[in-house]
Design a protein around this ligand. Sequence first.
Ligand code: IVH
Length: 330
Amino acid sequence: KMNKIKKKLNESKIVKKLKNLSKLIHKHNVLYHNKDKPIISDREYDQLVKENQKLEKEYPHLVLKDSPNQKIGAATSKKFLKSIHKMPMLSLANAFEKKDVEDFIVRIKKFLNFDREKINFVCEPKIDGLSINLYYINGKLSKASTRGDGKIGEEVTENIKTIEEIPINLFGTKFPEEIEIRGEIFLTKKDFLLINEKLHSKNKFSNPRNAAAGSIRQLDTNVAKSRPLKFIAHGLGVSSKQFEKLNEIYEQFNKWKIPINKLIETAGTLEEMMDYYYKISQKRSNIEYDIDGIVFKLNNIFLQNRLGFVGKNPRWAVALKFSAEKTTTL
Ligand code: IVH
């Protein structure tokens, strides 16, 4: 009986902790996603999420109905029209060390029942920007929306159309009936500093990501127009054209004059993946935009589809985060 009482007491402590964490994570989600004004670092935020995940794993029967683990980002704000994504915009599972990447590969092989078969991965920087979905109908940009909570985003088409790098009409002649091109909107570190210089101290942005998000998530298109926003594509949503490989998709984007990352490489082994990670982390301060890790994605789209998702994360991709380092903050 004593044990039962002790257990109950402990559990009520855990529930209290989970509730606290949920409240905190929600608060920081709103500050980050809705207000574009975070007050803690990404790392501190990741730690809160990790702590929450750990408790949920240990006490699955105590998981809250509205656990922050079940949601992506934060709800949308009221300023913009809502836009329901035809295909959810998911997020990446994090890895923090080589062992996590190894586990990721082992999990994939196990899931696919692969023993000797070779698989390869596309390696690319994880850009610290604002996730965007570009919906093209017959080669013409018809709608652009933010990720929002992953299911419903905000329609920011007019602001996106001010970005020179994003073609309103795809280049070339043959286009799929419909295609969603997904990628990251960002500002270079240099442009971020230039923008901030001109802003009143109380309006200054805390980092390039917030400056990019703040430029897109406001109604006056002149603001977006005045900011040298950039775009790099990193994936597909719905598409009436089928592709076999991710690097084929990127080649096609390139032909359409959709910007892709120049640093993309493919790797066939864990060692090659880690070599890429170290190479880019050494270059990090020379890259003109903020990155916070490396994304590894299975190249084969058919296998990606077989793997599918778990919760809000695809099984076929992972983000290996860089260890704590200075980013461009004030
Ligand atoms: S792939 C299914 N590739 O990171 C997920 N995402 O947590 C597909 N991001 O919101 C995303 N750089 O906006 C991918 N090279 C990259 C990325 C990238 C930044 C953002 C993305 C997403 C978040 C994932």
